[in-house]
Design a protein around this ligand. Structure first.
Ligand code: MG
Ligand code: MG
Length: 250
């Protein structure tokens, strides 16, 4: 069932969203060649805990990190490690969640490490643009399929591929709530959008194929063909005054 939030609940979600966004922004300031993904994870954990919140992902289904940190062809769910060192030209996806006062925030960015290829830059920009197109469709009377169709249309126009196996989601008391929010769909199909909905909209897009597979570590998802992948996510709420982006602080 879709959990519709009232104004008080959305107010509480602003706090979780702000801490999530700030933790992510703080980590981004530490992205540079030579830094390990474990170091970035430590930065995120300490930021969230100092803010009085809990990292939503730590221990989630046994996940060992506070953030998911995925490099290049890794799409999502990368496990932070002291052995994974960022190199010039990499793109790194940092996915963060914070839980406070009964609510979660969830946000992800793809960050270039030093100078990256024009293709990488274009891919990162396409992921962000597809998110913006999705948010335009997040309005009363539309359906969830309108969001997915907007992402899919934007991404395929850029010549890239939308991941189909992993999708966005409702969010609130639980990190993952109804409805599912696929990054593909048919306009006019799916659950009807209404005020009080809170969603994590999160395009995951690949250069070469929509196909992905999970590594033997049981977490890391990579592109099937080894091509680059980008991810862009915010937690958004639909209110009578329009969409509020709860995790955007940059
Ligand atoms: Mg996320
Ligand atoms: Mg999410």
């Amino acid at each position: 069932m879709i959990q519709i939030k009232n104004a008080t609940q959305i107010q509480a979600m602003k706090k979780a969203g702000r801490i999530t966004g700030e933790a992510l922004l703080t980590a981004r300031e530490h992205v540079r060649p030579g830094v390990s993904t474990k170091y970035l994870d430590d930065v995120i954990r300490s930021y969230i805990e100092r803010a009085g919140a809990k990292p939503s992902f730590l221990g989630y289904a046994g996940f060992p990190g506070s953030a998911c940190i995925s490099i290049n062809d890794e799409v999502i769910h990368g496990i932070p490690s002291a052995k994974r060192i960022l190199e010039e030209g990499d793109i790194v996806k940092i996915d963060v969640g914070a839980f406070i006062d009964g609510f979660h925030g969830d946000s992800a960015r793809t960050i270039p490490v030093g100078r990256v290829s024009p293709e990488a830059e274009r891919l990162i920009a396409a992921a962000e643009e597809s998110f913006r197109r999705a948010v335009e469709q997040f309005k009363e009377g539309n359906r969830i399929g309108d969001i997915g169709a907007a992402v899919e249309g934007c991404v395929s126009q850029a010549g890239y591929h939308v991941v189909r196996k992993y999708i966005g989601h409702g969010i609130g008391h639980d990190l993952h709530e109804s409805p599912d929010v696929p990054n593909f769909g048919t306009p006019g199909r799916g659950p009807r959008i209404c005020c009080g909905m809170t969603l994590a909209i999160e395009p995951m897009i690949n250069v070469g194929t929509h196909l992905v597979r999970e590594l033997d570590d049981g977490w890391t998802v990579v592109t099937e063909d080894g091509s680059l992948s980008a991810h862009y996510e915010n937690t958004v709420a639909l209110t009578p005054d329009g969409v509020i982006n709860l995790t955007q602080v940059d």
